[in-house]
Design a protein around this ligand. Structure first.
Ligand SMILES: Nc1ncnc2c1ncn2[C@@H]1O[C@H](COP(=O)(O)OP(=O)(O)O)[C@@H](O)[C@H]1O
Ligand SMILES: [Mg+2]
Length: 322
């Protein structure tokens, strides 16, 4: 790292020497525009994740996030670093797992329902907070939800989707114009008007698909393994726009116990073709909170978590879910 310039809260000011030397950083994951590393922050005595972004035009969006008050269900950005080679480094709180990698480890097993409902509530609560602060995510999917080892979900990759909009995978010479975002999670109205910027109701739609994926891990629209060529985009657009092709909610009942009715209600309302029918995250978070309080005791939740720990134990190399 050449120079480090601070842009966050004074209490979180970071210097070069506050992080481990660059050659000790461990790569955690790669996205289309970034590489994420784990390193140690000597100043706060905690592990942090640093997202190194190849392009440099996200500053405005990042600034907004840095000044946002912290929320338990949104990955906290601690500082923004200017790194060598014109790259930007976003220093974040470290989270143990991505929701999709956790789901993959479960195989055919389902997340026990009490914890599943809590995951839904966490995710919607993080999004409620973002929406109240006029931030639209625009790229919701399980890969962009992190999970701590105490099973708290946090929304990641916030605010960058908008900056990436101009670099969508659309191309003027393809017939079907794919809006920015991840194809399976894009709303019907965005498929119909791909150049318009995604709004809060797009996030609510994506959340419905995200929950379905989190619960079943089924291939979305039976198309996840297909090559994303022109015919893929036109077929997917047709499926998404016509509500009768939504994934089968009967898949939600394939765990050891049937899905609680609220799960189906949340999912089918969120992915309603009409944005105005989807309800807001304010509505959903309070409904979920009430439902969880009414249905599950602390003891039942502890048992569900123990079951989930057993299911993933041994799946991760270092067994962090102890
Ligand atoms: N705060 C974090 N803690 C731990 N790992 C993270 C964190 N943020 C991201 N990652 C890892 O890096 C991957 C890519 O991060 P993400 O922010 O989604 O970047 P991209 O914009 O490239 O998709 C994630 O899927 C996850 O594996
Ligand atoms: Mg991502």
């Amino acid at each position: 790292m050449a120079s480090v310039q601070y842009h966050g809260e004074p209490s979180l000011q970071l210097k070069d020497s506050d992080l481990e030397p660059r050659d000790k950083w461990i790569e955690l994951g790669r996205g289309a525009f970034s590489v994420v590393y784990k390193t140690f922050c000597n100043l706060h005595n905690v592990d942090v994740a640093v997202k190194e972004i190849k392009r440099g035009n996200e500053r405005h969006e990042i600034q907004k996030l840095v000044t946002l008050s912290p929320h338990n269900h949104v990955v906290k950005i601690k500082a923004v670093l200017e790194m060598s080679g014109g790259k930007t480094g976003i220093v974040m709180e470290f989270c143990d797992y991505g929701l999709q990698s956790l789901r993959d480890k479960l195989g055919r097993n389902f997340i026990p329902w009490p914890r599943c409902l809590l995951f839904m509530q966490h995710i919607m609560s993080g999004l409620q907070f973002l929406h109240r602060n006029n931030i639209t995510h625009r790229d919701l999917k399980p890969e962009n939800v992190m999970v701590t080892n105490s099973f708290t979900c946090k929304i990641a990759d916030v605010g960058l989707a908008k900056a990436y909009h101009s670099k969508s995978n659309s191309s003027s010479n393809t017939q079907v114009f794919c809006p920015s975002g991840t194809p399976f999670y894009i709303s019907p109205e965005r498929w119909k008007r791909p150049t318009a910027v995604g709004t809060q109701t797009d996030d609510i739609y994506s959340c419905g698909i995200l929950f379905y994926k989190m619960i079943t891990n089924a291939d979305l629209f039976y198309m996840e393994r297909m090559a994303q060529d022109e015919s893929f985009f036109s077929m997917l657009k047709m499926y998404v726009v016509d509500e009768k092709y939504r994934p089968e909610t009967s898949e939600l009942d394939k765990g050891t116990t049937l899905a609680p009715p609220i799960v189906k209600a949340v999912i089918s309302t969120c992915w309603d073709a009409k944005p105005e029918n989807r309800k807001t995250f304010d509505y959903w978070t309070s409904l979920l909170r009430q439902e969880i309080a009414k249905t599950y005791t602390d003891e039942v939740i502890r048992e569900a978590d123990e079951e989930l720990r057993q299911l993933v134990r041994g799946s991760f190399d270092d067994n962090r879910f102890y």
